[in-house]
Design a protein around this ligand. Structure first.
Ligand code: FAD
Length: 382
């Protein structure tokens, strides 16, 4: 006979940032919430990312709107949950005049609000950038948390503050409210949210397949403390051609053409530079993007080298800098940035199908709860 795991208003499958964001929105709406995860603690995309909550550069429309709302929730929740915000803002370091032109065009548009252009002298003044940059763009909108610290703290705070119950080491094999069938027994829940990230096959595989997701593998590196402190998260020319928020800039085609001529191998590896700093001064540096149904587990050295080359071209790194840690991350990728599906009337499937979950999940969760229980979406008209 299957063990009785009790009951709740809402069961959430997945304790990554998408699952936890739904737990917050539901608990604040007064629902009793149980989060189930097959792992002993969050171990997926949500602890492997940069912890970079990004607004500037996000695709116009849903992603940009969600990113602004979710950033505000991070600002509110991080101190309550004891999650340090390690730095704020973004400096887009432009190596080439073509990149600076794209930055200028972006800054002049509606999504450039609050951003300001940086001269070569401004860049030199930070004391962290390599010589010879064409200039840069500063955005004040971003923040950075340490994901491997933030996720456990967020879960602990949700439990302490809202009584959210966590069932770890619990594989969910069927979601059919009021029955949630798991490896540990049966939970009774009136409704459920499924946030399984890159598990496309266990729960509602047909509903997931409709979005045609594939898996994206990313290389990540950690470099030792370079002896200086970043003024903000750092990106470079390669990010301008990858982040969809810059897509409308008329100068983008010229930048892309120059990058194809000069950094074709980096583009082929889907490399764009993000550098953020941790409390101990070490730098998290990435990343690459390789897409397949089953990503292999290998990390070719050439990919890491190209990421490092870009970091060196932008930052004043010591000559002997070498990675002190490397890891692979993975997220689902599909045509749209995220989806909320309703495979059953009382179930929602929530999946971020782009590299934006840390930046958007809190807002996506409000939309899911709107669709599931009619919860009003705060700031939706903004
Ligand atoms: C290297 C890397 C860098 C990134 N950089 C950024 C960034 O800078 N900014 C940004 O906004 N986003 C970034 N992202 C994207 C972001 O990390 C993801 O969008 C987000 O973490 C997805 O959250 P999730 O909760 O869906 O996934 P996960 O954190 O993977 O959580 C899913 C959970 O579901 C559980 N699960 C699945 N199926 C079951 C089941 N049947 N039963 C029980 N448990 C189950 C898994 O065990 C897992 O814990 C990055 C991602 C990677 C990999």
């Amino acid at each position: 006979m299957s063990s009785d795991l009790g009951q709740c208003d809402l069961a959430i499958v997945g304790a990554g940032i998408v699952g936890l964001a739904h737990a917050l929105a539901a608990a604040r709406a007064g629902l009793s919430v149980t989060v189930l995860d097959r792992e002993a603690q969050a171990n997926g995309a949500s602890i492997r990312n940069f912890g970079f909550v990004t607004v500037t550069g996000q695709q116009a429309g849903d992603t940009w709107r969600r990113a602004r709302r979710a950033r505000d929730i991070w600002v509110e929740v991080a101190p309550k949950a004891g999650i340090p915000v390690l730095h704020r803002g973004l400096v887009l370091a432009c190596r080439r005049p073509e990149a600076l032109l794209v930055a200028e065009q972006f800054a002049a548009g509606p999504m450039g609000e609050g951003c300001r252009l940086l001269s070569p002298a401004d860049m030199a003044g930070f004391g962290v950038f390599a010589e010879g940059l064409a200039g840069g763009l500063h955005s004040p909108h971003e923040l950075r948390v340490e994901p491997r610290i933030a996720l456990p703290k967020l879960a602990a705070w949700l439990a302490a503050e809202y009584g959210v119950r966590f069932l770890w080491r619990t594989h969910v094999r069927e979601v059919a409210p009021p029955r949630i069938e798991t490896s540990a027994g049966t939970l009774r829940a009136a409704r459920a949210v499924v946030a399984p990230c890159n598990d496309f096959l266990t729960l509602f595989p047909e509903a997931i397949a409709a979005y045609r997701p594939v898996r994206c593998k990313l290389h990540m590196l950690r470099l030792p403390d370079p002896g200086w402190r970043l003024p903000a998260a750092v990106m470079s020319d390669l990010g301008l051609v990858r982040y969809l928020g810059y897509a409308e800039a008329p100068g983008l085609a010229a930048l892309r053409a120059r990058l194809e001529a000069e950094q074709g191998a980096a583009l082929a590896d889907g490399i764009h530079l993000i550098v953020v700093q941790s409390a101990d001064g070490s730098l998290v540096v990435g990343d690459s993007h390789h897409y397949s149904d089953t990503p292999d587990p290998f990390m070719p050295g050439g990919v890491d080298q190209r990421i490092l080359d870009e970091a060196r071209a932008v930052l004043r790194l010591p000559n002997d800098t070498a990675p002190i840690e490397r890891w692979i991350g993975e997220y689902p990728s599909a045509a749209g940035p995220a989806f909320i599906a309703a495979p059953l009337p009382e179930v929602r499937l929530a999946m971020v199908t782009s590299g934006t979950g840390m930046s958007t999940a809190f807002a996506l969760a409000e939309e899911t709860l709107n669709s599931l229980i009619g919860l009003p979406i705060p700031d939706a008209a903004e």
